[in-house]
Design a protein around this ligand. Sequence first.
Ligand code: RIB
Ligand code: CA
Length: 306
Amino acid sequence: MPLLIDTDPGVDDALAILMAHAHGEVAALTVTAGNVGLGHALRNALKLVETIGADTPVFAGAAAPLVRAAADAAFVHGRDGFGDTGYRAPARRAADEHAALALLRLSHAHAGRLTLVAIGPLTNLALALRLDPALPTRVARLVVMGGAVTGRGNTQLVPAEFNIGFDPEAAHVVFTGFPHFDLVDWEASVRHAFDFERFERWVAAADPRARFYAAISRKVRAFNRERGRPGVLAADALAMAVALEPGIVTRAEDRHVAVELDGALTRGATVVDWERRLGAPANARIVLDVDQARFEALARAALGTA
Ligand code: RIB
Ligand code: CA
């Protein structure tokens, strides 16, 4: 199953992308603004694939949300999105094709076999859907990292999670355009944090991937500790684990999920019809729990630390 990863690298994106290359077949990376601006996100994606020696094509996409501007997450990931390590610029260049067009072209090339893994704001996917509403008929599976299914978000709007909150209109287009998708939300990521000490040991390994990740994640690891989080939160890595190994999911619920677009306090919230009161068909398989040992094994192997 070829993977197409739409991403805003971002430190946890990087771990997800390392996992995809370690355990899967990556057709492309399509890049969007989000954690940091498109320029930095694209450079990070190119640097990552160059560092691991992968020939994965990288496509630049949306530089801004569809409708309203949004704040980035550079305060978490570093101004450059990769921990401000001052790494040497990659020699690798992005392909000329826009991410949304590449997404559509690859959905034809891999019709019926492509797994789309969306680990950033959904702007590129929304653009692709508006260009071709039949996109979902050619996609085998869509896995989205986003949302907070009981309202415990991670942005300045309490119930909103970053990926959805950065571009709520795009999320609305995707959540109404795809009849079904797997949703790995922020709250699940908090329940599946990596123990700080164990993670420090993984990134202390000699493997070049561990070395690179140790450098780019230093700031985020410190941020996680300072914020009193239960461990290293790697939301995108969790979504990638679900994409790579559907059987890793130990608890999930199928429900209808919608996106709030207008609330002064709630714009970007993912509203779940938990009691099925509205009668709308479930569009999301909400992942609630995974096999943590298996999740950690996939992440460790991606860093080269068995
Ligand atoms: O809320 C977590 C999500 O926002 C992750 O994808 C992280 O990379 C940021 O983009
Ligand atoms: Ca991300």
